[in-house]
Design a protein around this ligand. Structure first.
Ligand code: BG6
Length: 477
């Protein structure tokens, strides 16, 4: 591969996590409930009723975890802040104990020369705001999110230079307001688009404030991008894939990058009476809060074909096939329909494995937005087995990460500007709906839905492999 360009010298090799999925300590040091603390207690919502009360106890073991990161030579660690630690009720007085925890974590990282990437919001909305005004359903969230963000900028902006505003707005709104698989468990298309508008405004308001408080920092959203493929070269399938790209990607990324909604989708939603209500000053705000980079969480591509208008109501279209938690949906009548791609292998959770799709996605984002890209998540969720000698031979994970890194190197050779790459995840963690059986970590954590769980950390084979990749700056792929 002598024709491939090298990874840049300052490429941020890293891994990621989210507060609810790793921290545990759900009700200590002043923390109050988030909507996830409530949701997981509703019977039947998560695999075997798992919750994040303890998770992998990162709150108490962060030093041990950072030590492992340092040993691996990690250049960056992406983590999220639990809003309910900073403002237990979403607003009001800052809870100093919450600030202290993240100060300790950030200082520990920096002591080991690991660049912190701080995610402001990874889905754990304060329950108090949900109760007070429906959370994202009300425009009031914009001000509260901006104030929360400013508190973080003031507390950590001197040491944290990379920030992610919202994690996967497209996923938390779809699962929260279309499939009802995440809190608050609604199925309402009109509300879904309104919620998205508020979230986009909140995103822009935070970024706008960021310029004042952390002028030398960089900030962007993390978008769950699943590039659209056409099932065949029939023009109607190609059009369906174009439609899908518009409705499932541009709807967010155009707003982030340009402060504008894409036309085709906007007109369709207006015709169907479900476009969001927008005020004039909203558009000004959207344009005033543009990101420095596009964060991309990439797991798979999605394939589409023509969807005949067959009288299906607009209600309930994004039907998740559910059981294994796949991201597939059936589509939008008359617009596109999701189909299986027979050219791709799939994981045990039926997620497509498609490294080339990452190169394709990076190209599309680069061409359309001309922004640097941070791969803020990419990884493989699988069953792992601890061998008798306490090793974990996760060659399947190594292969997944290796091929995706190769795709990034090809994208760099194509001309894309890449900031870094965060494996999802550093340690094993709680999968929102799938408990602990679906593992993503480079470090195994002995945590289970049932039975023995002493939470001890074990380096997987992928840990040693990734260490070597980092040490060689990607030469040894
Ligand atoms: C992303 C999220 O959507 O996918 C993570 O940002 C999540 O928080 C990851 O864990 C994997 O999803 P799952 O359902 O396999 O845990």
């Amino acid at each position: 591969h002598e024709n491939l360009k090298s990874f840049p010298n300052d490429f941020l090799w890293g891994a990621a996590s989210a507060a609810y999925q790793v921290e545990g300590a759900w009700n200590v040091d002043g923390k109050e409930k988030s909507i996830w603390d409530t949701f997981v207690r509703v019977p039947g919502k998560t695999f075997k009723g798992t919750n994040g009360d303890v998770a992998v106890d990162h709150y108490h073991r962060y030093k041990e975890d950072v030590q492992l990161m340092a040993e691996m030579g990690m250049k960056t660690y992406r983590f999220s802040v639990a809003w309910t630690r900073i403002f237990p009720h979403g607003k009001g007085e800052v809870n100093q104990e919450g600030i202290d925890f993240y100060n300790h974590l950030i200082d520990e990282l920096r002591k080991h020369y690991i660049e912190p990437i701080l995610t402001i919001y990874h889905w754990d909305l304060p329950q108090a705001l949900q109760d007070a005004y429906g959370g994202w359903e009300s425009k009031q969230i914009v001000e509260d999110f901006q104030n929360y963000s400013i508190s973080l900028f003031k507390a950590f902006g001197d040491r944290v230079k990379y920030w992610v505003s919202l994690n996967e707005q497209n996923i938390f709104t779809r699962l929260g307001y279309q499939t009802a698989m995440h809190p608050p468990g609604e199925k309402d298309d009109k509300l879904y688009y309104q919620v998205n508008h508020h979230a986009s405004l909140a995103n822009a308001a935070a970024i706008k404030a960021f310029r004042k408080y952390v002028p030398d920092g960089k900030i962007g959203p993390s978008f769950a991008y699943s590039p659209a493929y056409a099932k065949t070269s029939k023009p109607e399938d190609v059009l369906a894939a174009d439609n899908a790209e518009e409705f499932t990607s541009h709807w967010w990324m155009d707003v982030y990058a340009w402060g504008e909604y894409p036309q085709v989708a906007w007109n369709y939603l207006t015709r169907n009476g479900i476009a969001p209500r927008i005020e004039k000053e909203d558009l000004e705000l959207l344009k005033a809060g543009k990101p420095d980079f596009m964060g991309i969480n990439y797991y798979q591509t999605t394939t589409y074909e023509k969807n005949p208008l067959n009288g299906v109501t607009l209600d309930g279209h994004f039907n998740t096939t559910g059981e294994k938690g796949t991201m597939e949906d059936t589509g939008l009548p008359g617009v596109y329909k999701t189909v299986t791609n027979d050219n791709l292998e799939r994981t045990n959770w039926d997620w497509n494995i498609d490294p080339q799709g990452l190169r394709i996605g990076i190209r599309r984002v680069t061409n359309r937005y001309q922004l640097p890209i941070l791969i803020s998540e990419n990884g493989l969720g699988e069953y792992d087995k601890v061998e008798d000698d306490d090793s974990i031979q996760d060659d399947y994970r190594i292969e997944y990460i290796r091929t995706h890194l190769k795709a990034i190197q090809e994208a760099i050779t194509d001309g894309a500007e890449m900031i870094g790459y965060c494996v999802w995840s550093f340690t094993d963690l709680l999968s929102w709906l799938n408990g602990y059986q679906k593992r993503y970590g480079l470090v195994y954590v002995n945590q289970h839905e049932e039975g023995e769980h002493d939470l001890r950390r074990i380096r997987k084979k992928s840990f040693y492999w990734y260490k070597d990749v980092i040490a060689s700056n990607g030469e040894n792929l």
